[in-house]
Write a protein that binds this ligand. Structure first.
Ligand code: BGC
Length: 418
């Protein structure tokens, strides 16, 4: 990989605008993130190597596991309250804007203008990377949630056809059951159920997804289609194994990788696990959009929000922001992570078939107006509303609510926190 913008170059850049002396290097970066699985750690290593090997910037690791970042955000709140925020924090969508609104984030405008971020970062991402016109976070990728990850041998044994609609998907799950494997690999955690729900709701129509999760239209949240969405969740629930409760997402991925299960419904960070296990798309596994959602994308973008830190640390912080937005890094990192680059000008050449599809689907959805923020991954609504939705979805999945009651509760839960 070619060298990132050097620390010295950043220091000079910063020196010009902030008076930070150019010798203020090697302060290191303390980074809070939730990339703890095998595939995630491999991707993180690409970033650590880039910073340390090329620029001798020390990395102080602060991992807090849990997809969607719920637990990481709890830890972050304690650190900020104590007046000691980390240098950089992995963050999703509305959480970034929330911290920006509280005045806790630094300003990345100098690096952003030196590297021309405005021209290359998709608008859908910029709405979360900028606050009141100022850059506050550096986007590292674009993930999406409406994917299936299928064991290829199990699919072949079921006839080999990819399901194109809900009925065919259910038939495939039945075929997996007949093979004696767990049809649906799932980890029973609220964020994972919400991640499945993204695809289920989207499969009932773009307008419905938008009305329900982006616009919070009570008619969509409380209508017949939402009941149908919950009924589909009930059906999916019948295809998980007895030990699903509390299972981490990457262990569910491993079930598909090992052939113990047929399919996982998960964001494309799952691909990172398949790749880490040496599996090849099209040979060992199949990636496809949740049946009925090809052409639409429910996205989330991991961004590193940069907190207000000491002037000395700011040099390393800006170097990290610059390294993240380097086109060569965006390619190298996202090939391993399973995501698409957060820049529109990065070639898909180094990516495997699923990565190429992710990049192409993203561009197509953006053009067609069918690119939507993921509810499950904090890109449709702020945390309070997201958590209210999570709560109803997970209680329904665990049999505490009928579909009728879930629909009623959904409307009430959203109204209560709005
Ligand atoms: C993040 C991914 C991460 C996944 C599981 C999501 O919220 O966007 O980068 O791999 O959680 O940890």
């Amino acid at each position: 990989m070619r060298r990132f913008m050097t620390t010295t170059a950043i220091a000079v850049l910063m020196g010009i605008t902030t008076g930070v002396p150019a010798h203020a290097q090697d302060q290191g970066v303390e980074v809070l993130h939730w990339w703890t699985s095998g595939g995630e750690a491999a991707a993180l290593q690409v970033l650590k190597d880039g910073l340390f090997n090329d620029q001798a910037i020390n990395w102080e690791d602060m991992p807090v596991a849990g997809g969607g970042g719920g637990d990481a955000m709890t830890v972050l709140r304690a650190r900020v309250t104590a007046g000691n925020p980390p240098t950089a924090v992995q963050m999703l969508g509305f959480d970034i804007l929330d911290w920006a609104q509280q005045g806790t984030l630094g300003n990345l405008n100098d690096v952003a203008s030196a590297q021309g971020w405005d021209a290359v970062v998709p608008t859908a991402l910029q709405q979360f990377s900028k606050y009141e016109g100022n850059w506050i976070a550096a986007p590292v990728n674009v993930h999406s949630t409406n994917w299936l990850w299928i064991n290829k041998a199990a699919l072949d044994a079921a006839g080999g056809a990819e399901p194109t609609n809900w009925e065919e998907f259910v038939a495939l799950l039945e075929a997996f059951k007949a093979q004696g494997i767990t049809p649906l690999a799932h980890g029973g955690q609220a964020w994972q159920e919400a991640t499945i729900f993204d695809g289920v709701v989207l499969s009932l129509g773009n307008d419905f997804y938008k009305a329900a999760f982006i616009d919070l239209d009570p008619a969509a949240l409380g209508g017949e289609q939402m009941k149908e969405a919950f009924d589909r969740m009930t059906t999916l629930r019948t295809f998980v194994d007895d030990n699903f409760s509390g299972r981490d997402w990457n262990l569910a991925s491993a079930m598909v990788i090992n052939g113990e299960a047929g399919v996982q419904i998960m964001g494309d960070w799952a691909k990172g696990e398949f790749i880490k296990a040496g599996k090849v798309p099209g040979t060992d596994f199949v990636c496809m959009r949740f049946p009925g959602t090809q052409g639409s994308v429910t996205f989330n973008s991991d961004q590193f929000a940069m907190f207000n830190v000491s002037e000395e640390r700011r040099v390393s912080q800006m170097a990290m922001a610059a390294a993240i937005m380097d086109p060569a890094f965006q390619s190298a990192f996202n090939v391993v992570k399973g995501s698409a680059p957060a820049r529109t000008d990065v070639s898909d050449e180094a990516f495997d078939a699923c990565g190429k599809k992710a990049i192409a689907d993203l561009a197509a959805a953006n053009t067609a107006g069918t690119l939507f923020g993921s509810m499950a991954q904090g890109h449709a609504q702020p945390a309070a509303i997201k958590n209210a939705l999570y709560d109803v979805v997970t209680r329904h999945f665990n049999g505490e609510l009928s579909s009728e009651d879930a629909v009623t509760e959904l409307v009430a839960a959203v109204a209560a926190v709005q």
